[in-house]
Design a protein around this ligand. Structure first.
Ligand code: HPA
Length: 290
């Protein structure tokens, strides 16, 4: 077994011996978006520091725990808080929780984040469905030895954001009367917000929203073959135009709460509507076949 796999299985085994929940859907909650976890019928909570191999999250506004339970009738595993490049963690640690959630049985990933609106049409408090992404972090989450049992050396990224899940989200949003923007998410390493010139650059290359997360986790989830749905809470205008206002983390968190209310409703309804096959353990599968 590869060193990567040993680390993943150690964390998985720790969690599995402490909860009966075998999650079908993994959810990552971004800055100020932790409220969705309040809707979960909780079976077990694991502060990150308790899970073998996990780092401890350091940012204000990130609770830093893994929650397992039931949401809208589906078994879920929720990351309340995530790890970022700018905290100084190596990519291998940033993506470890995704690989563990996959090893726990999750085949779908719903990922959320707070992002600046590069697109001049976007306003703080709105929600954007991620159609695609651009990685300007300066590193790729999969650099290093590849374990072919996790995924291929050169993964295809064409349909990273599952078209059927995107269609489902648009449908659900329409029915709920929640306006849903669509666009391309650009990831920077942070921790600085972008200069106005950088923002105009990111617009030219095709970005609609900019943030400091998501791309590493999505890259790892796609590598493992997970189906991915991504949504951004637009927290500030980030056009880089003449009228560009200074940014503050406090304002970002405050607007994340506004957009977060819509995001929580959307994610809940999407999960309710998601067709899910029950997760079957290898042992149960043997029983079924025999
Ligand atoms: N830039 C980068 N990350 C962000 C922003 C932004 O404008 N807003 C929220 N996260």
């Amino acid at each position: 077994m590869s060193a990567q796999m040993e680390i993943i299985f150690a964390a998985r085994d720790y969690i599995q011996t402490r909860t009966e929940i075998r999650p079908q859907i993994a959810i990552i909650l971004g800055s100020g978006l932790g409220a969705l976890a309040d809707d979960v019928q909780v079976d077990a909570v694991f502060p990150y520091g308790e899970i073998p191999g996990f780092p401890v999250s350091t940012v204000a506004g990130h609770a830093g725990q893994l929650v397992l339970g039931t949401l809208a009738g589906k078994k879920v595993v929720v990351m309340q808080g995530r790890f970022h490049c700018y905290e100084g963690y190596p990519m291998s640690l940033i993506i470890l929780p995704v690989r563990v959630m996959h090893a726990l049985g999750a085949i779908s990933l719903i990922v959320t984040n707070a992002a600046g609106g590069l697109n001049p049409d976007f306003n703080p408090g709105e929600v954007m469905l991620i159609t695609d992404h651009i990685n300007t972090m300066g590193s790729n989450a999969l650099i290093g030895p590849n374990d072919d049992l996790i995924g291929p050396r050169f993964p295809d990224m064409t349909h990273t954001y599952a078209p059927d899940l995107r269609a489902l989200a648009l449908n659900v949003a329409k029915r709920a009367g929640i306006p849903l923007r669509q666009g391309v998410y650009v990831a920077t390493s942070g921790p600085t917000y972008e200069t106005p010139a950088e923002r105009r650059h990111l617009r030219v290359i095709g970005g609609d929203a900019v943030g400091m997360s998501t791309v590493p986790e999505v890259t790892a989830a796609n590598h493992a073959g997970m189906r991915i749905l991504g949504m951004s809470a637009i927290t500030n205008k980030a056009t880089g135009d003449q009228d560009q206002q200074p940014d503050s983390h406090e304002e970002v968190l405050a607007m994340a709460k506004v957009a977060g209310k819509k995001l929580v409703r959307l994610v809940r309804s999407v999960i309710e509507a998601m067709p899910i096959l029950d997760y079957v353990t290898p042992d149960q599968l043997t029983d079924i076949i025999e």
